[in-house]
Design a protein around this ligand. Structure first.
Ligand code: LYS
Length: 304
């Protein structure tokens, strides 16, 4: 059977708000491992990457532009090694966040693994936000608004150079899907890099199916495959109330599953990640359960 390995990252320092640190637990509680085993996978769960506790440390004024930088960097470096190890053991990594700053470590691990084999990877980034702020452009100083910029080589070196190389990905190998809130500096960087962004309007006009076909074809032109990173705030808050930065007008329950099903059917998904589920703001673990179900769709669960 195919192998999958789950790793949790109880990271909330990048969001500077408690609650997303419980994301790995709520997705596990929703029965992810057992349901993956039912799909026929050989499942391993390696537990959680250590993350500093926000209560143990006051954000310093020097850190205002990138809060908890040292702690976020440290956990992401550990995560990168862990993810690379999972790939070396022949399994597909399933990363449970945590806030979206953990994509820095996940992608560092996947990109590093394939780089050693002379190959590039792509990214499918499903999110209400573009996450392409830099410490200079960020309105909040929260690192979870910066991970895509970091992976493209923009931001503090302690983040961009995790794993010893930068950038982790080329702009022409990524897509962002579902954007409906973007900061001015992000808009500028996206334009400068020629990043392919599918906004909610694109989804409204063309539908999720066509967008996913195009997105998958795009990110696999020059790559061995892609990392899929799913920010739960892509989903409309009606279906996913338990997120830290809800934005109205998001994807439906069906659109979200369709995106994940098509990701699976492409046969090109190298690794997958679910982030920004906030247990404190959730209603009866509805969002946690949706997170587990969406991961199962990405791993091949079908209606029939
Ligand atoms: N763009 C905003 C910021 O940089 C929100 C980011 C939300 C990330 N999950 O703070």
């Amino acid at each position: 059977p195919r192998k999958v390995t789950i790793v949790g990252v109880p990271m909330d320092l990048g969001a500077d708000r408690r609650g997303v640190d419980m994301g790995p637990s709520v997705v596990r509680i929703a029965g992810l491992s057992a349901k993956l085993a039912e799909l026929g996978y050989d499942v391993e769960d390696v537990g959680n990457i250590p993350v500093a506790l926000a209560e143990m440390r006051r954000a310093t004024p020097a850190d205002a532009k990138h809060k908890y930088l040292a702690e976020v960097a440290k956990s992401n470096a550990l995560l990168a090694d862990c993810v690379e190890g999972i790939l070396e053991r022949g399994a597909v990594p399933i990363v449970l966040g945590g806030d979206h700053s953990i994509a820095i470590g996940s992608v560092a691990g996947v990109a590093g693994y394939y780089r050693r084999r002379g190959q590039r990877i792509g990214i499918i980034w499903i999110d209400a936000h573009a996450d392409i702020n830099t410490p200079e452009s960020s309105p909040s100083g929260n690192i979870h608004g910066m991970p895509l910029a970091v992976l493209l080589g923009y931001g503090p070196e302690v983040l961009t150079h995790i794993g010893g190389f930068a950038p982790k990905i080329h702009p022409e190998d990524c897509v962002i899907i579902g954007v409906r809130q973007i900061d001015e500096g992000e808009r500028q960087l996206a334009r400068q890099l020629g990043l392919r962004i599918y906004t909610m309007r694109d989804l409204d006009e063309r539908g999720m199916s066509a967008i996913m076909d195009e997105a998958i074809a795009w990110v696999t032109r020059h790559t061995v495959g892609f990392h899929a990173t799913f920010d739960m705030d892509f989903v409309d808050p009606y279906y996913a109330p338990g997120v830290g930065t809800p934005v109205p007008g998001g994807g439906t329950y069906r659109e979200s599953h369709l995106a994940m099903e098509k990701i699976h059917d492409s046969g090109k998904m190298l690794s997958v990640e679910m982030v920004e589920i906030n247990a404190v703001l959730d209603a009866h673990n509805r969002t946690g359960e949706l997170g587990a179900e969406l991961l199962l769709s990405a791993l091949g669960k079908k209606i029939l």
